[in-house]
Design a protein around this ligand. Structure first.
Ligand code: XMP
Ligand code: MG
Length: 186
C-alpha cells in the first residue's frame, strides 16, 4: 500500500476492504431492484462522490432505467460536530415522482442530516425511498433513521478519506482513516 498520510492516526478500511464491501452492496441492490422500472441514485455531495461512483459501477440492472442525480448540502461547516441544520446548496435536477429512489450518503452520526433528507425527498412522492450509507457511527444515533444498506459500523472517531473531509481536505485519500485528534482539537 502507498504511504499513509501523516495526519491519519490509523486506517480503518483499506481501499481493498472498501472495494469488497461496496461490491457486496451493489449485488444486494441489483437483487432488490431487478423488477424496478426507474431507479434514481441520489448522491449527497460532496462526501458521497467516491462511494457513489464505485457503487453505481457495481450495480447491474439492464432492464431498469438507472439514472443518477446529486444534491449538495452543508451541515458541518468546518467543525466536527453535527449542527443538525441542513442547508441545500444544490437541489436535484430531476423529478423523482413515481421512481424508486436510493439516497447515497457518506456517513451518519446523529442521523439528523439523513432524516432531514428522507423527509424532504419523501415529500416528492417517489414510488419507494431507501438509503445507502457507507459509514454509521452507531453510538452517535439520536434519531431512528432507516438505513437499508450500510457499509461499515464504526466507533465515534472522526473519519477522513474516500470522499470524506475535514475542512475540505483529505477527500482524495483512497482509504478510510481516523483523523489525528491534534488536527482538530485545539
Ligand atoms: P449527522 O449527525 O447529521 O451527521 O448524522 C452527518 C453528516 O456529518 C458529517 N460527518 C462527518 N464527516 N467525517 C466526516 O468527514 C466524520 O467522521 C463525520 N461524521 C459526520 C457528514 O458530512 C454527514 O453528512
Ligand atoms: Mg463533510
Amino acid at each position: 500500500m502507498s504511504e499513509i498520510h501523516p495526519n491519519v492516526k490509523r486506517v480503518l478500511y483499506s481501499a481493498d476492504d472498501i472495494k469488497n464491501r461496496v461490491q457486496e452492496i451493489g449485488k444486494q441492490i441489483t437483487n432488490d431492484y431487478k423488477d424496478s422500472k426507474d431507479l434514481v441514485l441520489i448522491g449527497i455531495l460532496k462526501g458521497s462522490f467516491m462511494f457513489m461512483s464505485d457503487l453505481v459501477r457495481s450495480i447491474n440492472l439492464p432492464k431498469t432505467n438507472v439514472t443518477l442525480d446529486f444534491m449538495a448540502i452543508s451541515s458541518y461547516g468546518h467543525s466536527t460536530n453535527s449542527s443538525g441544520v441542513v442547508r441545500i446548496l444544490m437541489d436535484l435536477k430531476s423529478n423523482i415522482e413515481g421512481k424508486d429512489v436510493i439516497i447515497v450518503e457518506d456517513i451518519i452520526d446523529s442521523g439528523l442530516t439523513l432524516n432531514h433528507l428522507v423527509e424532504l425527498l419523501g415529500s416528492r412522492k417517489p414510488n419507494s425511498l431507501h438509503t445507502a450509507v457507507l459509514l454509521r457511527k452507531k453510538d452517535g444515533i439520536k434519531i431512528d433513521v432507516p438505513c437499508r444498506y450500510i457499509g461499515f459500523d464504526i466507533p465515534m472517531v472522526f473519519i477522513i478519506g474516500y470522499g470524506l473531509d475535514f475542512a475540505e481536505n483529505y477527500r482524495e485519500l483512497p482509504y478510510l482513516g481516523e483523523l489525528r485528534e491534534e488536527c482538530y482539537k485545539k
